[in-house]
Design a protein around this ligand. Structure first.
Ligand SMILES: C[S@@+](CC[C@H](N)C(=O)[O-])C[C@H]1O[C@@H](n2cnc3c(N)ncnc32)[C@H](O)[C@@H]1O
Length: 210
């Protein structure tokens, strides 16, 4: 694994996360998987499907899936989150990798495809050019008939973070160019009270690779 450079991270989208890692553990671990992913739950492939969780944060989703029999590869570029995640969720069903979009070069180099790829609250960290490259990388990692789930954050950018405006429509169009068909698109307000009050909302997408 390559060393984490924290505040001067080589991954622009991960700026601000290392400094807040301790607080984020409490915050992310408190969010229920079903509340966060409710609408897409019926579309998830059955365990023991293989899952790639990109931008896995503190590993809450990876742990939820591993506990239900899925085999998870969790990608997280922020070492301060990754190390806490590994300590919090020491499951043999989760493999942690230090890698980042848009290229995901370590994961892509393995030439493995997954039944389910998840990007939860990550896409807005990429600019338009990166999103185009990233969608192509992601498409190469989803097995035929596999599912890609994405949650897109809309609203004010927290201090210290790097985020870009993203839309469900642009994402679905980009995914379509890479061989995906939309199975689900739901727009919701934030489930966190403070974010809701700040005007944060989300788009939940599920896309199937054909
Ligand atoms: C809002 S957090 C979401 C964490 C987790 N998916 C969750 O839902 O709890 C965004 C995560 O994306 C990661 N991230 C930022 N830029 C990234 C990139 N270019 N490639 C992969 N992950 C990235 C951050 O380090 C952070 O862990």
């Amino acid at each position: 694994m390559s060393p984490d450079t924290g505040i001067t991270s080589r991954v622009r989208g991960s700026r601000g996360y290392a400094e807040q890692a301790e607080d984020l553990v409490a915050k992310y671990e408190a969010i229920d998987f079903a509340a966060k992913h409710g609408a897409v739950l019926p579309l998830l492939p059955a365990a023991p499907a293989s899952v790639l969780d990109i931008g896995a944060g503190t590993g809450a989703d990876a742990a939820w899936l591993a506990a239900r029999g899925y085999r998870v590869v969790a990608v997280e570029p922020t070492a301060a989150l990754r190390s806490r995640a590994m300590a919090l969720h020491p499951s043999p069903a989760i493999e942690w990798i230090d890698d980042s979009l848009p290229a995901l070069r370590h994961v892509v180099a393995r030439r493995r495809q997954f039944d389910l790829v998840m990007l939860t609250a990550v896409w807005m960290h990429l600019d338009a050019a990166e999103r185009r490259l990233a969608m192509a990388s992601i498409a190469s990692l989803v097995a035929p008939d596999g599912v890609l789930t994405m949650t897109l954050r809309h609203g004010p950018v927290p201090n210290g973070r790097v985020m870009f405006a993203v839309s469900a429509e642009e994402t679905i169009a980009l995914a379509g160019e890479c061989g995906f068909r939309p199975s689900l698109h739901v727009d919701t307000e934030s489930i966190q009270a403070a974010n809701r009050e700040a005007g944060v909302s989300w788009s939940q997408l599920a896309l199937r690779r054909h």
